[in-house]
Design a protein around this ligand. Structure first.
Ligand SMILES: Nc1nc2c(c(CN[C@H]3C=C[C@H](O)[C@@H]3O)cn2[C@@H]2O[C@H](COP(=O)(O)O)[C@@H](O)[C@H]2O)c(=O)[nH]1
Length: 306
């Protein structure tokens, strides 16, 4: 994920609204270095898992829809993961490529047992259709074929997913530079790695290449830990729950600075603890801290990418 690392670093060095406090990083790392909190994947028990190709299909559909829950204050990621799991347990052909191409908004809502329209529902349906269509056209309808063709490389998987599925091309143009963030494509690789415990469909020789997943929870946790500092205008906008436009400098800086800060935390932690620490492991820990803190104020951007 060199393009994610490099383009995020460029944003950090040209940033106007968000800065990284290296003394904040040092303090967090100092506290964590002797016992890096290990968070088990699916500690909540909400994901479908059968150790086979249907799990891969489930995770791909999950990550195709894994964005923007906040506009409905009662909806969160767990509803999506659990809703899709129950749908599959009820009907194991629910995510076949031909079926994915036919869902309507009300049918998706019904599948997830959600009583009202989902945020960005039309986009969610469009993305489901895109996944079904391209899986059918290029991968015999199976996300497992997509994964098998990557030769145990997470980097190749992210490249292949972003090449074939435009909805996963999470990038932006910042001060004239193209910035790659690839949150959902990377989280798909990480979900496979976590679910299959680094074996079978989850075996990647380069899982260390994956960066953190720039969503709306982890930046807020990093700010609370004193790792990220916001300009007063940005801090006020977040505090007031004002919407921050997709593609604005503020939004890209929040996400890119988070990626860079977690890379710096990982480097320092690896040195201080004498063990290789993965960005994925740090992400899972930071995210679990965030979702357990209901008062956390996060930025609000309408986006299909996270
Ligand atoms: N950085 C990062 N962001 C993550 C996840 C996950 C789920 N990972 C699961 C996979 C295995 C584990 O067991 C985890 O349970 C979701 N998100 C993002 O959070 C937001 C949802 O927030 P709320 O509206 O409060 O539910 C939304 O942008 C969503 O895309 C993660 O791991 N890291």
């Amino acid at each position: 994920m060199e393009e994610v690392r490099q383009s995020s670093a460029w944003v950090v060095h040209n940033s106007s609204h968000v800065t990284i406090d290296s003394s904040g990083i040092e303090k967090v790392v100092e506290k964590m270095k002797d016992s890096i909190p290990k968070v088990e994947w699916d500690y909540e028990g909400i994901h479908y898992f059968d150790n086979g190709p249907l799990t891969v299909q489930y995770l791909f559909v999950l990550d195709a829809l894994n964005f923007c829950f906040w506009p409905d204050k009662d909806l969160n990621y767990d509803h999506l993961a659990k809703g899709l799991k129950d749908a599959l347990l009820n009907d194991n052909s629910a995510f076949d490529a031909d079926r994915l191409q036919k869902y309507t908004g009300p049918q998706l809502r019904e599948l997830l047992k959600w009583p009202r329209p989902l945020p960005l529902e039309e986009e969610r349906v469009r993305l489901l259709h895109e996944v079904g269509f391209e899986l059918e056209r290029s991968f015999e309808g199976k996300a497992s074929k997509l994964v098998e063709s990557c030769g145990k490389s997470a980097v190749k998987l992210v490249a292949l997913v972003t090449r074939h599925f435009p909805g996963f091309r999470d990038h932006s143009v910042y001060k004239g530079h193209q910035v790659f963030l690839y949150k959902r494509a990377q989280i798909f690789a990480s979900d496979l790695w976590g679910a299959f415990k680094g074996q079978g469909y989850g075996e990647f020789n380069d899982i260390c290449s994956i960066t953190m997943f720039a969503d709306y929870i982890v930046p807020a946790v990093l700010q609370q830990l004193g790792v990220l500092k916001y300009s007063s205008t940005l801090a006020n906008a977040i505090q007031a729950s004002s919407e921050i436009g997709a593609g604005t400098e503020e939004e890209i800086e929040l996400r890119a600075c988070s990626i860079y800060a977690v890379e710096k935390m990982r480097e320092l932690l690896s040195i201080k603890s004498g063990k290789q620490v993965l960005s994925v492991e740090l992400d899972l820990w930071l995210w679990s801290v965030g979702v357990q803190c209901p008062s956390l104020q996060h930025h609000r951007t309408l986006s299909i990418y996270y």
